[in-house]
Design a protein around this ligand. Structure first.
Ligand code: DP6
Length: 352
Protein backbone atom coordinates (compact mmCIF):
# COMPACT_ATOMS: atom_id res chain seq x y z
CA UNK A 1 0.00 0.00 0.00
CA UNK A 2 1.07 3.61 -0.41
CA UNK A 3 1.19 6.09 2.42
CA UNK A 4 -1.48 8.21 0.76
CA UNK A 5 -1.35 11.83 -0.28
CA UNK A 6 -2.35 13.28 3.06
CA UNK A 7 0.40 11.67 5.05
CA UNK A 8 0.54 14.74 7.30
CA UNK A 9 -2.69 13.72 8.96
CA UNK A 10 -2.29 10.04 8.18
CA UNK A 11 -5.92 10.02 7.13
CA UNK A 12 -6.68 8.54 3.76
CA UNK A 13 -10.46 8.36 4.00
CA UNK A 14 -13.10 9.15 6.58
CA UNK A 15 -16.89 8.95 6.75
CA UNK A 16 -19.57 9.00 9.39
CA UNK A 17 -23.03 7.40 9.24
CA UNK A 18 -26.07 7.01 11.42
CA UNK A 19 -28.53 4.10 11.60
CA UNK A 20 -31.57 3.33 13.71
CA UNK A 21 -31.93 0.01 15.42
CA UNK A 22 -34.86 -2.21 14.47
CA UNK A 23 -37.17 -4.53 16.31
CA UNK A 24 -38.32 -7.69 14.56
CA UNK A 25 -42.05 -8.36 14.48
CA UNK A 26 -41.40 -11.64 12.65
CA UNK A 27 -38.20 -12.95 14.19
CA UNK A 28 -34.92 -14.07 12.64
CA UNK A 29 -33.60 -17.00 14.67
CA UNK A 30 -31.21 -19.44 13.02
CA UNK A 31 -28.83 -19.51 10.07
CA UNK A 32 -28.47 -21.67 7.00
CA UNK A 33 -24.85 -20.65 6.46
CA UNK A 34 -22.59 -19.42 9.20
CA UNK A 35 -19.70 -18.11 7.09
CA UNK A 36 -21.91 -15.87 4.95
CA UNK A 37 -24.34 -15.28 7.83
CA UNK A 38 -27.35 -16.40 5.81
CA UNK A 39 -30.64 -16.62 7.71
CA UNK A 40 -32.58 -19.89 7.79
CA UNK A 41 -35.80 -17.92 7.18
CA UNK A 42 -36.97 -14.40 6.43
CA UNK A 43 -37.86 -11.79 9.03
CA UNK A 44 -39.71 -8.48 9.27
CA UNK A 45 -38.99 -5.47 11.45
CA UNK A 46 -39.65 -1.86 12.28
CA UNK A 47 -36.67 0.52 12.08
CA UNK A 48 -36.77 2.97 14.98
CA UNK A 49 -36.22 6.68 15.16
CA UNK A 50 -33.78 8.09 17.70
CA UNK A 51 -32.41 4.77 19.01
CA UNK A 52 -29.35 3.73 17.11
CA UNK A 53 -25.68 4.08 16.30
CA UNK A 54 -23.55 6.94 15.03
CA UNK A 55 -20.30 5.57 13.61
CA UNK A 56 -17.20 7.23 12.17
CA UNK A 57 -14.62 5.21 10.25
CA UNK A 58 -11.19 6.62 9.42
CA UNK A 59 -8.75 4.67 7.27
CA UNK A 60 -5.15 5.50 8.13
CA UNK A 61 -1.93 5.54 6.16
CA UNK A 62 0.91 3.40 7.43
CA UNK A 63 1.46 -0.29 7.90
CA UNK A 64 -1.08 -2.78 6.53
CA UNK A 65 -3.90 -3.75 8.88
CA UNK A 66 -2.96 -6.74 11.01
CA UNK A 67 -1.25 -7.56 14.31
CA UNK A 68 1.25 -4.70 13.87
CA UNK A 69 -1.38 -2.18 12.88
CA UNK A 70 -4.64 -3.29 14.50
CA UNK A 71 -7.89 -1.50 13.89
CA UNK A 72 -8.81 0.76 16.78
CA UNK A 73 -12.42 0.29 17.88
CA UNK A 74 -14.02 2.63 20.40
CA UNK A 75 -17.56 2.10 21.68
CA UNK A 76 -18.99 5.12 23.47
CA UNK A 77 -15.44 6.37 24.03
CA UNK A 78 -14.10 3.11 25.51
CA UNK A 79 -11.98 0.48 23.72
CA UNK A 80 -14.25 -2.36 22.61
CA UNK A 81 -13.80 -5.78 24.22
CA UNK A 82 -11.64 -8.23 22.25
CA UNK A 83 -14.60 -10.20 20.83
CA UNK A 84 -16.36 -7.09 19.54
CA UNK A 85 -13.11 -5.60 18.17
CA UNK A 86 -12.34 -8.85 16.31
CA UNK A 87 -15.86 -8.94 14.88
CA UNK A 88 -15.53 -5.33 13.65
CA UNK A 89 -12.09 -6.07 12.12
CA UNK A 90 -13.45 -9.11 10.27
CA UNK A 91 -16.20 -6.90 8.89
CA UNK A 92 -13.69 -4.20 7.87
CA UNK A 93 -11.69 -6.94 6.10
CA UNK A 94 -14.70 -7.45 3.80
CA UNK A 95 -14.68 -3.73 2.97
CA UNK A 96 -10.90 -3.67 2.52
CA UNK A 97 -11.04 -6.67 0.19
CA UNK A 98 -13.68 -4.94 -1.88
CA UNK A 99 -11.67 -1.71 -2.04
CA UNK A 100 -8.35 -3.47 -2.65
CA UNK A 101 -6.95 -1.87 0.48
CA UNK A 102 -5.01 -3.01 3.52
CA UNK A 103 -5.30 0.24 5.46
CA UNK A 104 -6.05 -0.06 9.18
CA UNK A 105 -9.03 1.82 10.54
CA UNK A 106 -10.11 3.80 13.52
CA UNK A 107 -13.80 3.21 14.35
CA UNK A 108 -15.71 5.37 16.78
CA UNK A 109 -19.28 4.39 17.58
CA UNK A 110 -21.79 6.06 19.84
CA UNK A 111 -24.86 4.04 20.68
CA UNK A 112 -28.10 5.50 21.90
CA UNK A 113 -29.28 1.97 22.70
CA UNK A 114 -27.90 0.04 25.68
CA UNK A 115 -25.10 -2.06 24.11
CA UNK A 116 -25.70 -5.83 24.18
CA UNK A 117 -28.59 -5.54 26.60
CA UNK A 118 -31.00 -7.10 24.17
CA UNK A 119 -31.85 -3.87 22.41
CA UNK A 120 -30.16 -4.88 19.19
CA UNK A 121 -27.23 -2.45 19.09
CA UNK A 122 -25.54 -4.80 16.59
CA UNK A 123 -28.35 -4.06 14.11
CA UNK A 124 -27.76 -0.31 14.03
CA UNK A 125 -24.02 -0.75 14.67
CA UNK A 126 -23.27 -2.85 11.60
CA UNK A 127 -25.69 -0.87 9.41
CA UNK A 128 -23.92 2.39 10.30
CA UNK A 129 -20.52 0.68 9.99
CA UNK A 130 -21.37 -0.67 6.53
CA UNK A 131 -22.14 2.79 5.16
CA UNK A 132 -19.35 4.65 7.00
CA UNK A 133 -16.66 2.08 6.15
CA UNK A 134 -17.58 1.80 2.46
CA UNK A 135 -17.72 5.57 1.99
CA UNK A 136 -14.44 6.03 3.87
CA UNK A 137 -13.01 3.42 1.47
CA UNK A 138 -14.45 5.41 -1.46
CA UNK A 139 -16.90 2.68 -2.42
CA UNK A 140 -20.42 3.66 -3.45
CA UNK A 141 -22.77 0.75 -2.76
CA UNK A 142 -26.50 0.64 -3.54
CA UNK A 143 -28.88 0.14 -0.59
CA UNK A 144 -29.32 -3.49 -1.64
CA UNK A 145 -25.54 -4.02 -1.71
CA UNK A 146 -25.21 -2.28 1.66
CA UNK A 147 -27.89 -4.56 3.09
CA UNK A 148 -26.03 -7.64 1.86
CA UNK A 149 -22.79 -6.33 3.36
CA UNK A 150 -24.40 -5.32 6.69
CA UNK A 151 -25.89 -8.84 6.94
CA UNK A 152 -22.35 -10.24 7.07
CA UNK A 153 -21.83 -8.25 10.29
CA UNK A 154 -25.16 -9.13 11.84
CA UNK A 155 -28.30 -10.56 10.26
CA UNK A 156 -30.57 -7.95 11.80
CA UNK A 157 -28.28 -5.15 10.51
CA UNK A 158 -29.37 -5.93 6.94
CA UNK A 159 -32.81 -4.56 7.89
CA UNK A 160 -31.55 -1.29 9.44
CA UNK A 161 -30.29 -0.13 6.03
CA UNK A 162 -33.94 0.68 5.29
CA UNK A 163 -36.48 2.77 7.20
CA UNK A 164 -40.00 1.93 8.33
CA UNK A 165 -41.26 -1.63 7.98
CA UNK A 166 -38.65 -3.85 6.37
CA UNK A 167 -38.47 -7.49 5.30
CA UNK A 168 -35.22 -9.47 5.17
CA UNK A 169 -35.49 -12.24 2.60
CA UNK A 170 -34.01 -15.62 3.41
CA UNK A 171 -32.88 -15.91 -0.22
CA UNK A 172 -31.75 -19.10 -1.90
CA UNK A 173 -28.53 -18.12 -3.75
CA UNK A 174 -25.48 -19.94 -2.32
CA UNK A 175 -23.50 -16.67 -2.26
CA UNK A 176 -26.20 -14.84 -0.31
CA UNK A 177 -26.77 -12.25 -3.04
CA UNK A 178 -30.54 -12.44 -2.54
CA UNK A 179 -30.48 -12.58 1.28
CA UNK A 180 -31.09 -8.85 1.45
CA UNK A 181 -33.67 -6.58 3.01
CA UNK A 182 -36.31 -4.49 1.30
CA UNK A 183 -38.59 -1.74 2.54
CA UNK A 184 -42.25 -2.69 2.80
CA UNK A 185 -43.68 0.57 4.12
CA UNK A 186 -41.88 3.92 4.53
CA UNK A 187 -41.64 5.39 8.04
CA UNK A 188 -44.28 8.07 7.50
CA UNK A 189 -46.95 5.72 6.17
CA UNK A 190 -48.26 4.29 9.45
CA UNK A 191 -48.07 6.02 12.81
CA UNK A 192 -46.95 3.12 14.98
CA UNK A 193 -44.99 3.24 18.22
CA UNK A 194 -42.83 0.77 20.11
CA UNK A 195 -42.83 1.24 23.86
CA UNK A 196 -39.76 -0.42 25.36
CA UNK A 197 -39.80 -1.56 29.00
CA UNK A 198 -36.23 -2.06 30.28
CA UNK A 199 -36.10 -4.74 32.97
CA UNK A 200 -32.33 -5.06 33.61
CA UNK A 201 -29.06 -3.20 33.04
CA UNK A 202 -26.98 -6.39 32.87
CA UNK A 203 -25.24 -7.37 29.64
CA UNK A 204 -26.88 -10.39 28.08
CA UNK A 205 -25.54 -13.73 29.19
CA UNK A 206 -25.56 -15.40 25.78
CA UNK A 207 -25.18 -13.62 22.44
CA UNK A 208 -27.96 -14.09 19.91
CA UNK A 209 -25.39 -15.62 17.52
CA UNK A 210 -24.45 -18.33 20.05
CA UNK A 211 -28.01 -18.87 21.21
CA UNK A 212 -29.44 -19.31 17.72
CA UNK A 213 -26.65 -21.71 16.83
CA UNK A 214 -27.39 -23.81 19.92
CA UNK A 215 -31.09 -23.70 19.10
CA UNK A 216 -30.54 -24.83 15.50
CA UNK A 217 -28.24 -27.65 16.66
CA UNK A 218 -30.25 -28.99 19.55
CA UNK A 219 -33.88 -27.82 19.68
CA UNK A 220 -36.24 -30.50 18.34
CA UNK A 221 -38.61 -27.64 17.49
CA UNK A 222 -36.18 -25.83 15.17
CA UNK A 223 -37.47 -27.33 11.88
CA UNK A 224 -41.06 -26.52 12.91
CA UNK A 225 -40.01 -22.95 13.78
CA UNK A 226 -38.39 -22.42 10.38
CA UNK A 227 -41.43 -23.92 8.60
CA UNK A 228 -43.80 -21.51 10.35
CA UNK A 229 -41.99 -18.31 9.37
CA UNK A 230 -43.22 -18.08 5.76
CA UNK A 231 -46.84 -18.08 6.95
CA UNK A 232 -46.09 -15.44 9.56
CA UNK A 233 -44.37 -13.25 6.96
CA UNK A 234 -47.35 -13.52 4.60
CA UNK A 235 -49.75 -12.65 7.43
CA UNK A 236 -47.58 -9.70 8.48
CA UNK A 237 -47.36 -8.36 4.92
CA UNK A 238 -51.15 -8.57 4.54
CA UNK A 239 -51.69 -6.84 7.89
CA UNK A 240 -49.30 -4.05 6.92
CA UNK A 241 -50.97 -3.55 3.53
CA UNK A 242 -54.32 -3.22 5.33
CA UNK A 243 -52.83 -1.12 8.21
CA UNK A 244 -54.44 -3.72 10.47
CA UNK A 245 -52.73 -3.37 13.87
CA UNK A 246 -54.64 -6.21 15.52
CA UNK A 247 -53.55 -8.70 12.85
CA UNK A 248 -49.96 -7.44 12.83
CA UNK A 249 -49.94 -7.62 16.62
CA UNK A 250 -51.21 -11.21 16.61
CA UNK A 251 -48.37 -12.26 14.26
CA UNK A 252 -45.87 -10.29 16.34
CA UNK A 253 -46.79 -12.10 19.56
CA UNK A 254 -46.91 -15.56 18.05
CA UNK A 255 -43.58 -15.14 16.24
CA UNK A 256 -41.99 -13.99 19.51
CA UNK A 257 -43.45 -16.81 21.58
CA UNK A 258 -42.55 -19.44 19.00
CA UNK A 259 -38.97 -18.17 18.77
CA UNK A 260 -38.58 -18.30 22.55
CA UNK A 261 -40.34 -21.68 22.80
CA UNK A 262 -37.92 -23.06 20.22
CA UNK A 263 -34.93 -21.60 22.13
CA UNK A 264 -36.26 -22.88 25.47
CA UNK A 265 -36.27 -26.38 23.98
CA UNK A 266 -32.55 -26.20 23.07
CA UNK A 267 -30.07 -28.24 25.09
CA UNK A 268 -29.23 -26.59 27.44
CA UNK A 269 -32.32 -24.42 27.21
CA UNK A 270 -31.95 -20.74 26.30
CA UNK A 271 -33.97 -18.56 28.68
CA UNK A 272 -33.71 -14.79 28.30
CA UNK A 273 -36.70 -13.81 30.43
CA UNK A 274 -36.69 -12.65 34.03
CA UNK A 275 -39.74 -12.44 36.31
CA UNK A 276 -40.44 -8.85 35.19
CA UNK A 277 -40.48 -10.01 31.55
CA UNK A 278 -43.27 -12.45 32.41
CA UNK A 279 -45.14 -9.85 34.47
CA UNK A 280 -45.01 -7.53 31.44
CA UNK A 281 -46.49 -10.18 29.15
CA UNK A 282 -49.44 -10.45 31.52
CA UNK A 283 -49.66 -6.67 31.82
CA UNK A 284 -49.79 -6.23 28.03
CA UNK A 285 -52.55 -8.82 27.71
CA UNK A 286 -54.51 -7.08 30.48
CA UNK A 287 -54.06 -3.59 29.13
CA UNK A 288 -55.14 -4.77 25.70
CA UNK A 289 -58.54 -5.60 27.23
CA UNK A 290 -58.81 -2.42 29.31
CA UNK A 291 -56.82 0.37 27.66
CA UNK A 292 -55.76 0.04 24.03
CA UNK A 293 -54.61 -2.43 21.36
CA UNK A 294 -51.01 -3.29 22.27
CA UNK A 295 -48.82 -6.30 21.46
CA UNK A 296 -45.52 -7.49 22.94
CA UNK A 297 -42.33 -8.82 21.48
CA UNK A 298 -39.09 -9.91 23.18
CA UNK A 299 -35.62 -10.40 21.69
CA UNK A 300 -32.42 -11.99 23.01
CA UNK A 301 -32.77 -10.27 26.36
CA UNK A 302 -35.27 -9.66 29.15
CA UNK A 303 -36.81 -6.40 27.89
CA UNK A 304 -40.31 -6.16 26.49
CA UNK A 305 -41.19 -4.07 23.44
CA UNK A 306 -44.81 -3.20 22.89
CA UNK A 307 -46.33 -2.29 19.54
CA UNK A 308 -49.25 0.15 19.55
CA UNK A 309 -50.71 3.14 17.72
CA UNK A 310 -49.07 6.53 18.33
CA UNK A 311 -52.27 7.81 19.90
CA UNK A 312 -52.07 5.18 22.66
CA UNK A 313 -48.31 5.27 23.34
CA UNK A 314 -48.53 7.47 26.46
CA UNK A 315 -51.23 5.33 28.06
CA UNK A 316 -49.35 2.11 27.25
CA UNK A 317 -46.12 3.58 28.59
CA UNK A 318 -47.79 4.62 31.88
CA UNK A 319 -49.13 1.10 32.38
CA UNK A 320 -45.80 -0.58 31.64
CA UNK A 321 -43.85 1.85 33.83
CA UNK A 322 -46.12 0.90 36.75
CA UNK A 323 -45.20 -2.80 36.55
CA UNK A 324 -42.92 -3.53 39.54
CA UNK A 325 -39.33 -4.09 38.41
CA UNK A 326 -39.49 -2.00 35.24
CA UNK A 327 -36.42 0.26 35.37
CA UNK A 328 -37.22 2.67 32.54
CA UNK A 329 -39.39 3.00 29.49
CA UNK A 330 -38.60 4.38 26.04
CA UNK A 331 -40.95 5.26 23.22
CA UNK A 332 -39.82 5.21 19.59
CA UNK A 333 -41.60 5.67 16.29
CA UNK A 334 -40.71 4.47 12.81
CA UNK A 335 -37.37 5.86 11.68
CA UNK A 336 -35.39 6.34 8.46
CA UNK A 337 -32.82 4.04 6.93
CA UNK A 338 -29.08 4.46 7.29
CA UNK A 339 -27.85 7.99 6.57
CA UNK A 340 -24.48 9.46 5.68
CA UNK A 341 -23.56 12.26 8.12
CA UNK A 342 -20.27 13.27 6.50
CA UNK A 343 -17.63 11.95 4.15
CA UNK A 344 -14.18 13.31 3.60
CA UNK A 345 -11.55 11.78 1.40
CA UNK A 346 -8.48 14.01 1.67
CA UNK A 347 -7.06 12.86 -1.64
CA UNK A 348 -8.45 11.43 -4.79
CA UNK A 349 -5.75 8.78 -4.89
CA UNK A 350 -6.83 5.18 -4.42
CA UNK A 351 -7.25 4.05 -0.84
CA UNK A 352 -4.87 1.13 -0.99
C1 DP6 B 1 -33.78 -12.06 18.57
O1 DP6 B 1 -28.87 -10.20 14.10
O2 DP6 B 1 -28.02 -10.26 16.47
O3 DP6 B 1 -33.09 -9.95 17.73
O4 DP6 B 1 -26.76 -12.46 12.70
O5 DP6 B 1 -25.80 -13.69 14.62
O6 DP6 B 1 -25.57 -11.18 14.49
P1 DP6 B 1 -26.41 -12.40 14.14
O7 DP6 B 1 -27.75 -12.27 14.98
P2 DP6 B 1 -28.62 -10.98 15.32
O8 DP6 B 1 -29.96 -11.71 15.81
C2 DP6 B 1 -31.13 -11.02 16.10
C3 DP6 B 1 -32.06 -11.92 16.80
C4 DP6 B 1 -33.33 -11.28 17.34
C5 DP6 B 1 -34.45 -11.37 16.32
C6 DP6 B 1 -34.37 -10.41 15.16
O9 DP6 B 1 -33.84 -9.29 15.30
O10 DP6 B 1 -34.89 -10.78 14.11
Amino acid sequence: MTAGASAASGVIGRARARAGTNIALVKYWGKRDRALNLPAAGSLSLTLDGLGSDTEVTFLAGRPAGPNAPDEVLLDGQPADATTAARVSRFLDLVRARAGSRAPARVRTHNSVPTAAGLASSASGFAALALAATRAARLDLSPRELSELARRGSGSAARSIFGGLVELHAGSAPDGGDAVAEQILPPGAWDLRLVVAITSDARKALSSTAAMERTANSSPYFPAWVDAVAGDLAAARAAIAARDLDSLGAVTERSCLRMHACALAADPGVLYWNPVTVALIHAVRALREAVAPAYFTIDAGPHVKVLCAAAHADAVRDRLAAVPGVLRTLVAGPGPGVQLVSADAPSSSPLA
